[in-house]
Design a binder for this molecule. Structure first.
Ligand SMILES: [Zn+2]
Length: 106
């Protein structure tokens, strides 16, 4: 690559950065957002999606956005309890096991 080509590439990159900043400025103007609210009006935008955080396999991520001021918020939610229900229990084949319900011991 010649020196001239290198300078042209750098200028193109600077122009791309400036274009992105102009687009961002226009997005801000069109948003109508002002100062952050005192009390946000959160709406969930993404999630809950599963994520392993600090070796906890039952962490879920929820993303929120305030449509009034445009701020975003992320919550990490940990599952505290899991309860299994079998609404089809009476139709299953091995009915004799169901006599002592809820007890895993044999
Ligand atoms: Zn807000």
């Amino acid at each position: 690559m010649t020196r001239e080509e290198q300078i042209a590439d750098e200028l193109k990159e600077e122009m791309a950065v400036l274009n992105r900043r102009i687009l961002r400025l226009n997005q801000w103007k069109e948003s109508g957002y002002g100062e952050p609210c005192q009390e946000h009006d959160w709406e969930m935008t993404r999630g809950p999606f599963h994520q392993v955080i600090a070796s906890n396999p039952l962490t879920f991520i929820l993303r929120f956005k305030c449509h009034r001021c445009g701020m975003t918020m992320e919550q990490q939610a940990v599952v505290e309890q899991e309860t299994l229900f079998d609404e089809w229990q009476e139709y299953r084949e091995n009915k004799e096991n169901k006599e002592n319900k809820g007890d895993e011991e044999e």
